[in-house]
Write a protein that binds this ligand. Structure first.
Ligand code: ADP
Length: 293
């Protein structure tokens, strides 16, 4: 399903403008919504998930008016919020059955088949009888996906799902998400560039409630080809001098030394080598462009 978001704006009662006239089309793929903390990602996700209304704008899901027909949207939606927070002292099986009943799956045989299949798919089968309160962070997130998969959703929204997971848990979680299947639109909201690089054929970058870029990660990378330069600098003074004269995209410590990446049409000077652009460059360059406006 394709989602068309048009001129969406939202200002909270405290005056924070979380969404500023945002227009974006999300096609039927795994779509990465990338942005720093406070960008407006959760506000957008909650609005699409029919949990809050915008001040202005519209959202269309293959002809369905999302803001007007919330019940219809909820029937085809799977949502893993940023703070799922519900890990009571009952088993995964029992809670999934309970949530499936609430989603209208009243036939016990149908429900059991669905819950069992989802427990297998999310690798929770062996732990299905254990209390959710004893689950690790990674297991909780997999349970979060399990509940989002109930009732065969056509649109799945996952909000910052990998924050707080260790590398192995994160890997397992991303593999699970990528297996969710064709025909389903998945919106993955994250501030972790790597999540988008690994999973998403299309992406958008938002910051301060505005859309900065929308497209295929590969196209964004190609647009920077030959213009990213790297060097390990010898001192903090050299780093400061570079920052004063060039667009330093990022600076990482490697073995205690600063490795800088500079965005420039030609080599910034001695010792720089041309390197492949990565999605983090795209991300930082777009955020910096916004900052300069
Ligand atoms: P993200 O998910 O990208 O971190 P959010 O949508 O959570 O961004 O927040 C966008 C901005 O709106 C932030 O400045 C945040 O503090 C503010 N905000 C979010 N929710 C509320 C709320 N319920 N009331 C007031 N301000 C909010």
């Amino acid at each position: 399903m394709a989602l068309t978001i048009t001129n969406l704006s939202k200002t909270y009662p405290n005056g924070v403008q979380a969404l500023k006239n945002l227009t974006l089309t999300i096609p039927n793929v795994m779509f990465g919504l990338l942005g720093p903390n406070g960008a407006g990602k959760s506000s957008l996700m909650r609005t699409i998930a029919t949990l809050q209304d915008p001040d202005e704008g519209s959202i269309d899901l293959d002809g369905l008016d999302v803001l007007a027909r919330k019940d219809d949207v909820r029937r085809i939606l799977g949502y893993l919020p940023q703070e799922f927070g519900v890990y009571p002292k009952i088993s995964a099986t029992d809670l999934l059955h309970h949530l499936a009943v609430m989603k209208g799956i009243t036939n016990k045989g149908e429900r059991t088949a669905m819950v069992d299949a989802i427990l297998n798919q999310t690798n929770l089968w062996d732990y299905r009888k254990k209390s959710l309160s004893t689950y690790s962070g990674g297991m909780k997130q997999r349970f979060g996906i399990a509940q989002a998969l109930l009732a065969n959703p056509k649109l799945i929204i996952v909000d910052e799902p990998t924050a707080g997971l260790d590398p192995a848990e994160r890997n397992r979680f991303l593999n699970l998400l990528s297996s969710v299947g064709a025909g389903v639109t998945v919106i993955l909201s994250t501030h972790i560039v790597q999540d988008v690089r690994e999973l998403c054929p299309r992406m958008a970058i938002i910051s301060n409630g505005e859309l900065l870029l929308e497209g295929a990660p590969n196209d964004a990378l190609n647009s920077l080809a030959g213009r990213i330069w790297s060097k390990v600098v010898a001192s903090d003074d050299e780093l400061r001098a570079l920052e004063a004269n060039f667009q330093v995209v990022s600076s990482h410590l490697v073995g205690g030394l600063h490795e800088v990446r500079v965005f420039a049409d030609s080599s910034p000077g001695d010792g720089f080598r041309s390197v492949e652009s990565d999605l983090e460059d795209v991300y930082f360059i777009n955020l910096a462009r916004q900052g300069k406006r």
